[in-house]
Write a protein that binds this ligand. Structure first.
Ligand code: GAR
Length: 212
């Protein structure tokens, strides 16, 4: 797999981290479901092809996902990185891209799926929070985990402060996971993530910044 597409809905800082990482392969397209996504301009300025598939123009999730799949096919991308893409994808779409559809989520899954993860972490009183890169399966935020990074929850943290601490780690582990997949070292096999060669180095599976 050498061509990839990045799907965004807004700011696109994870998209920037992926593109800045100079991954093997080519970013064939940055696709947004929102025409006003800030990340589109950033990508266009760097000569990356961009496209918009505006979800508001479709009567159903199925129709939107069909148009999205068409845009991905047209770009020539074989692998898809969801980077702050805030649409729930239908099961046929997810099945079509099994093992080729990757997401980053701002929590240590399976804790805190869905939205408002930093608020939920603060509310629950956990001492450790973080982010997860995973393959996408039909159940939301439940797919096989590729890499996670943990950060401390500090006394007095606001959701914004915690989000910023987590986001810095997202920008490290998403390119790390993407590189593993693009280089063929990481893949999905029988519903589990398999890293080629020796056992996955601990630093690849879990990043703990305080130890570094
Ligand atoms: C990131 O924190 C990402 O993990 C999260 O949205 C943010 C997008 O920021 N994704 C989700 O919540 C997906 N359910 P970005 O546009 O700057 O990459």
């Amino acid at each position: 797999m050498s061509n990839y597409a990045i799907l965004i809905s807004g700011r696109g800082s994870n998209m920037q981290a992926l593109i800045d990482a100079r991954l093997p392969g080519r970013c064939a397209a940055v696709i947004s479901n929102r025409p006003d996504a800030a990340g589109l301009a950033w990508a266009a300025q760097r000569g990356v092809p961009t496209a918009v598939v505006d979800h508001k123009g479709f009567a159903s999730r199925e129709a939107f996902d069909t148009a999205l799949a068409r845009a991905i096919e047209q770009s020539g991308a074989e692998l898809i990185f969801l980077a702050g893409f805030m649409r729930v994808l239908t099961e046929p779409f997810v099945q079509r891209y099994t093992g080729r559809l990757v997401n980053i989520h701002p929590s240590l899954l399976p804790a805190f799926p869905g939205l408002h993860t930093h608020e939920a972490a603060l509310q629950s009183g956990v001492r450790v929070h973080g982010c997860t890169v995973h393959f996408v399966t039909p159940t939301l935020d439940c797919g096989p985990i590729i890499v996670q990074a943990a950060v401390p929850v500090l006394p007095g943290d606001s959701a914004a402060a915690l989000a910023a601490r987590v986001l810095a780690q997202e920008h490290i582990i998403y390119p790390q996971a993407a590189r593993g997949i693009l280089e063929g070292r990481c893949r999905l096999k029988a519903g589990r993530v398999v890293w080629a060669g020796d056992a996955t180095p601990a630093t690849l599976a879990l990043r703990v910044p305080a130890r570094e």
